[in-house]
Design a protein. Structure first.
Length: 393
């Protein structure tokens, strides 16, 4: 694909992904907050579980939630489906444009596992499908009736997936795929469980039957899972922009911290919406902050090793010329770029001094550059580059 047109495709798909994703997340957060804020003492209609009075946009709203379903189906029923479906579809299209079509730059790292682009794409698709199948089996098994053991099992499944991805893909591709793995589970929950169960309730009403409350309970369980996984997914989706996360040698541990921080934060706001006394849930906020500090400590860069041998400007420029300027030059030779990424050029010693902090973080500390280590930068070269940068201070 033409690089210019590919960039436009990437931008438009990413924009669409953000738009529909905001819609999906917004409705998820709203309905969870609505459920938690229901007043079960006020019941205006037959079969109503609880009600809520809300004010927004200059108007007042009175909402009723039925325990299972209303006695009669209303003539106009609003469904919330396409936000979830389109979020996954646009996300997968973005995966194709960004990672599958540029697999050697973004998805494959020969030092991790030498793959052909089609093999990397096949492993990606297969892993997403297998992840949903295993998760769904967990929920349908006897484990599905036990909230805490099921949560622990899902947590373990995600960590196993993160270990798998770090042994298959490049660091940035690995953590991004953990997000795609969880996002696929969330979208499939809507497509394969939540909406079908709601349709079964509607069909039972149309036949004049008493709706089976089991369908509602299962749908609520999957919806709750989605709610608690949303914040971790959002962070993992942007992780490629932060190599100190994706390039960490124990990426599974970073994934574990992201999941716990996101879930604790989500629980904190859910309990606020429920109106619980703060002394019952405020600990979750402190726990999340503590885990953030742990994550910062674990990802803190280590200073470069001292050396008695000075690294010359000529040596470091040769390293940059051999390993970096295929992308980071005014006229990149790498087919994936028409302009230097982030306008960073490394064609001269002055360029290297100017962008030294970025070079140190990306190439020396996090080893995120070159992309997919496509130019085969060695560990010795990274060390020499770091020593030269340290000597510039």
């Amino acid at each position: 694909m033409n690089v210019f047109l590919g960039d436009w495709a990437n931008l438009l798909i990413r924009w669409a992904h953000l738009i529909v994703g905001i819609g999906w997340i917004g409705t998820s957060f709203y309905f969870m907050a609505l459920d938690y804020s229901l007043d079960t003492r006020e019941r205006k209609s037959e079969g109503v579980y609880g009600t809520a009075w809300q004010v927004h946009g200059g108007g007042f709203y009175h909402v009723e939630k039925f325990a299972v379903a209303p006695p009669e189906l209303p003539p106009h029923l609003h469904w919330f489906t396409w936000e979830a479906y389109l979020t996954w579809v646009t996300g997968f299209c973005l995966l194709i444009v960004q990672y599958y079509l540029n697999a050697r730059a973004y998805l494959i790292d020969p030092s991790v596992l030498p793959l052909d682009p089609w093999q990397a794409a096949a492993l990606s698709v297969a892993s997403l499908a297998v992840g949903w199948a295993v998760y769904d089996l967990m929920c349908r098994s006897p484990l599905g009736d036990r909230t805490v053991p099921l949560a622990a099992a899902v947590f373990a499944l995600i960590l196993i997936a993160s270990v798998f991805y770090t042994h298959v893909f490049s660091p940035r591709g690995a953590l991004l795929h953990v997000g795609a793995f969880v996002g696929t589970i969330m979208a499939a929950n809507v497509f394969a469980v939540i909406i079908p169960n709601q349709k079964k309730l509607v069909a039972q009403l149309l036949r004049g039957e008493t709706p089976d409350p089991r369908y509602g309970r299962i749908g609520k369980q999957r919806s709750t899972h989605n709610n608690y996984l949303t914040l971790p997914v959002l962070l993992m989706m942007v992780s490629p922009h932060y190599p100190f996360l994706s390039s960490h040698p124990q990426a599974w541990l970073i994934v574990a911290l992201i999941i716990l921080i996101g879930a604790l934060t989500r629980h904190f706001f859910n309990r606020i919406d429920a109106g619980d006394p703060s002394d019952k849930f405020v600990w979750t906020a402190f726990a999340a902050v503590f885990l953030v500090m742990v994550a910062i400590f674990l990802t803190a860069p280590k200073p470069p090793a001292a050396t008695a041998v000075a690294v010359s400007d000529a040596e470091v420029l040769k390293i940059a010329t051999d390993r970096c300027v295929t992308c980071h030059s005014h006229h990149p030779t790498n087919e994936s770029f028409t302009d230097p990424p982030k306008n960073v050029t490394l064609e001269s010693v002055d360029d290297l001094r100017r962008f030294a902090p970025l070079v140190r973080v990306q190439a020396v500390v996090n080893k995120a550059m070159p992309l997919g280590n496509i130019t085969h930068m060695t560990e010795e070269e990274r060390e020499r580059l770091g020593q030269w940068i340290a000597a510039q201070k």
